[in-house]
Design a protein around this ligand. Structure first.
Ligand SMILES: Nc1ncnc2c1ncn2[C@@H]1O[C@H](COP(=O)(O)OP(=O)(O)OP(=O)(O)O)[C@@H](O)[C@H]1O
Ligand SMILES: [Mg+2]
Length: 226
């Protein structure tokens, strides 16, 4: 359903992505790689926030490479998502639906599955980290995207809270039945949420059989790059 073909991206003289390719069906694929290897860059290219130098992105066989972010049906939770501080929780979530995308039925399901009904009128500043993450996820999913990108969505969350959040995140993203690309540095989180796994190394992406295997490979990467 999502196909990323031969993506190249350089920042000045630094070549970050060198023919990165990736395919995702209706599964949760976890992307693993050391700091600075280009994971967020790849997600931003798929979301349309930055342009690749070469290569293309196909979603449901449609070439979306040159579409503006709002023209692609991609739900994106960036590495450090910013909610609108002056808007309530429900207004933050509805923001993504402003162009008539999504449905009231889906919104209701998301609110109840993520336990948000009691905090709809609160402002983001009044929420714990776990609830901010839930609201960011709901905001990305409410417009009913055709794929979902989650860039370390739980990296600031305590291990104990993560235990509760991970099954919720998995259940909610599975409900959408679209390709999900999920970045994490936490091996336990990767195993818990992922159906399939990929490792990014040297600007390329390779599928790998397990999260543990991916982390073994990137440990070697770290030893080399230190
Ligand atoms: N806008 C930019 N301008 C210049 N260099 C950038 C820019 N964005 C990212 N980079 C560089 O490109 C490389 C890849 O960055 P990216 O954020 O994609 O890595 P990452 O794998 O997401 O890292 P992390 O695990 O720390 O989030 C890094 O060396 C980074 O410093
Ligand atoms: Mg990143």
């Amino acid at each position: 359903m999502l196909k990323v073909n031969g993506i190249y991206k350089a920042y000045g003289t630094q070549e970050v992505l060198k023919s990165a390719c990736l395919e995702i069906g209706s599964e949760i694929k976890v992307l693993i790689g050391i700091n600075g290897c280009g994971k967020s860059t790849l997600l931003k290219i798929i979301a349309g926030i930055i342009k690749s130098d070469k290569g293309n992105v196909l979603l449901r066989e449609k070439n979306i490479t040159h579409l503006a972010p709002e023209e692609r049906r991609v739900g994106y939770v960036p590495q450090h998502p910013a909610l609108f501080g002056h808007k309530s929780v429900i207004d933050n979530i509805r923001y993504g639906m402003r162009n008539g995308l999504g449905s009231e039925e889906l919104l209701e399901d998301l609110l109840s599955m993520l336990g948000l009904n009691d905090i709809l009128n609160k402002k983001p500043g009044e929420l714990s980290g776990g609830y901010k993450s839930r609201v960011s996820l709901a905001r990305a999913l409410a417009p009913e995207p055709e794929m979902i990108l989650l860039d370390e969505p739980l990296s600031d969350i305590d291990a104990a809270v993560k235990e509760t959040l991970l099954p919720e995140f998995r259940r909610v993203t599975k409900l959408m039945n679209v390709p999900v690309l999920y970045v994490t540095h936490d091996p336990a989180e990767a195993e818990q949420i992922g159906d399939t796994f990929s490792v990014m190394q040297g600007g390329r992406v390779n599928d790998i059989d397990s999260a543990n295997h991916a982390f073994e490979i990137i440990k070697k990467d770290k030893l080399i790059s230190v």
